[in-house]
Unconditional design. Structure first.
Ligand code: FES
Length: 152
């Protein structure tokens, strides 16, 4: 059985009917074709699926879509301002904050919250905050550099 869900994603109102078991991650990727948000582990271990719900970071694989009724969701597709990349996106480019790129959308969404929530005062603080975002290529030091650069 499906249930109605209305929410705002990247500034656009969406109304859908979904089964209660559907995660926010699957709603984004499979129903709305917003495939910038990645599925790594699908159980809260890797951070590839990180998005913002009302400005707070969440693992979208652990979030039932129905719990986002009436909320504002931001994904990596909604971060840039038209043709102007978000400063964090620019910093990841400048500092080579990725290799294969699969973890990058989640890294960037977490990184934005890292600064927003005041956890980017030292590289150690950044590493602690970002510890839920796994990078199999090991781009960690460049990711920390990018975040510290935006912080300044
Ligand atoms: Fe959500 Fe890995 S896919 S944490």
């Amino acid at each position: 059985e499906t249930m109605p869900l209305s929410l705002t994603i990247n500034g656009v109102k969406q109304s859908v009917r979904i089964e209660p078991r559907v995660t926010l991650l699957d709603l984004l990727r499979e129903r709305l074709h917003l495939t910038g948000t990645k599925k790594g582990c699908d159980h809260g271990q890797c951070g590839a699926c990180t998005v913002h719900v009302d400005g707070q970071r969440v693992n979208s694989c652990l979030t039932l879509a129905l719990t986002t009724e009436g909320r504002n969701v931001t994904t990596i597709e909604g971060l840039a301002d038209g043709d102007n990349l978000h400063p964090m996106q620019e910093a990841f480019l400048e500092h080579d904050g990725f290799q294969c790129g699969y973890c990058t959308p989640g890294q960037i969404m977490s990184a934005v919250c890292c600064i927003r929530e005041g956890h980017a005062n030292t590289p150690d603080e950044v590493r602690e905050y970002m510890s839920g975002n796994i990078c199999r290529c090991g781009a960690y030091s460049n990711i920390v550099d990018a975040i510290m650069d935006v912080k300044q």
